[in-house]
Design a protein around this ligand. Structure first.
Ligand code: NAP
Length: 242
């Protein structure tokens, strides 16, 4: 059974990616942090596509929990191969640096950057042994351009971009590709309280993107056809920044 693990798969972009992976025939491992109702909805949508899946609850920022839950899954499912890892879980806790608290800084860095490390560590070994893997990291325009009010989030996402490029070179010989996707404004819970009308007016395409549009790009990176692309960061932002 080919498996795809999507962190933060319960809602938003992660859910759309889970559904896309189901369409491509993967058994989908749907990670979430706490919203079980939403995670169950994603699982139902995966099954509605005729595929299978299961829920894996863990906080990507908690190394011990990742080791216990995901490490345990890997240990107990030796015949299954996680071919695709989408490091998508992320949060934002915006504040100008002047007012930023230590916890706002640490939370955002921990979930995006340490989360990437904690989760990737658990699945990389098997990809290397099997000489095949696709790792896709969800970063952000904020990590490329930097956005005021997001020093924590920009730093976390820029960190993941650096890690993407470094890891891509480490594992290329083993048939594992590592790429990143940098969305601009996408319509999800994360952007729900933003002034969409005002912000969309700054986007050349004059609208926010959809989670499904991001999932299409993930699907491309997972495909065998994208086998010669690695260490790349793909912008999906309606022309906001190139
Ligand atoms: P969202 O709608 O807020 O959903 C966040 C998802 O991440 C949920 O499934 C949530 O699980 C999960 N999550 C949060 N913290 C977690 C943790 N510690 N461990 C495991 N799962 C955790 O977010 P989104 O807009 O889809 O964003 C997905 C990714 O895209 C993030 O990395 C975000 O930074 C990035 N991004 C988003 C946008 C945008 O405009 N939306 C733009 C650029 C980049 P629960 O449901 O259990 O809470």
């Amino acid at each position: 059974m080919k498996c795809a693990l999507v962190t933060g798969g319960s809602r938003g972009i992660g859910r759309a990616v889970c559904i896309k992976m189901a369409e491509l025939g993967y058994h989908v491992l749907i990670n979430y942090k706490g919203n079980e109702v939403a995670a169950q909805e994603t699982l139902a949508a995966v099954k509605a596509k005729g595929s299978t899946g299961e829920l894996l609850q863990f906080n990507v920022g908690d190394a011990a929990e990742v080791q216990q839950v995901l490490g345990g899954w890997v240990e107990n499912n030796k015949e299954q191969q996680i071919e695709v890892l989408v490091n998508n879980a992320g949060i934002r806790e915006d504040s100008l640096m002047f007012w930023m608290t230590d916890s706002q800084w640490n939370n955002v860095l921990n979930i995006s950057l340490n989360g990437f490390y904690n989760v990737t560590k658990q699945v990389l070994n098997n990809m290397l042994l099997k000489r095949y893997g696709r790792i896709i990291n969800m970063v952000s325009l904020s990590g490329i351009k930097g956005l005021p009010g997001q020093t924590n989030y920009s730093a976390a996402k820029a960190g993941v971009i650096g890690a993407t490029k470094a890891l891509a070179q480490e594992v290329a010989k083993r048939g594992v590709t590592v790429n990143a996707i940098a969305p601009g404004f996408i319509k999800t819970d994360m952007t729900a309280e933003l002034n969409e009308k005002e912000l969309a007016a700054q986007v050349p395409m004059n609208r926010f993107g959809t989670p499904e549009e991001v999932a299409e790009a993930v699907a491309f990176f997972t495909s065998k056809a994208a086998g010669y692309i690695t260490g790349e960061v793909l912008n999906i932002n309606g022309g906001l920044h190139t």
